[in-house]
Design a protein around this ligand. Structure first.
Ligand SMILES: [Zn+2]
Length: 166
């Protein structure tokens, strides 16, 4: 019941299945590079993973079948959120400084506005990504990863989708 093939040179598990997990159209994946490769990290240092017992990893990539349409929707969502961050970072500083000077708010007022702007930019980035994904009826990379049985198996064995901070 092996669902993936391990690729030594890329240090990743390549999916054998082709049906896309991200859209409802059940489109078929046609190129290995269209797949979504999601990193999982070994957080507890107990490498008792059933699939690849004899190799020790700190990080490994697991391929989740993805069609070319979902691949481009995901990269479009990423580019849009970078653009939002870029515009947002400019606004984070420009708007508070402008308002503070205009209305004589002082340092405390300006700091408050900067924090408020950071919050708004963060929400805007999430909203942009969500809007693009829902327009095309595609689920996020992380949600797709959670649907992949091999990813879930790693998570059960103490691995994490989030990069360890320490
Ligand atoms: Zn798809």
């Amino acid at each position: 019941m092996e669902t993936h093939v391990y690729n030594e040179s890329f240090r990743r598990f390549e999916p054998k299945k082709k049906v896309c997990l991200f859209c409802k159209t059940k489109a078929l994946n046609s190129s290995m590079e269209d797949n979504c490769f999601s990193s999982v990290y070994n957080i507890q240092n107990r490498t008792n993973i059933v699939v690849y017992r004899n190799v020790k990893f700190n990080e490994v990539k697991i391929g989740i079948p993805r069609c070319s349409k979902c691949c481009s929707v995901h990269s479009m969502a990423k580019i849009s959120s970078y653009v939002t961050v870029f515009v947002g970072v400019l606004l984070v500083f420009i708007i508070p400084i402008y308002l503070a000077v205009q209305f004589d708010l002082g340092t405390i007022g300006m700091i408050f506005l900067v924090i408020l702007m950071f919050g708004l930019v963060y929400l805007a980035v999430l909203a942009v990504e969500k809007a693009i994904l829902s327009t095309y009826d595609v689920i996020s990379e992380k949600d797709g990863a959670m649907k992949e049985p091999l990813v879930r198996e790693f998570l059960r064995n103490g691995w994490s989708l989030d990069r360890p901070t320490a």
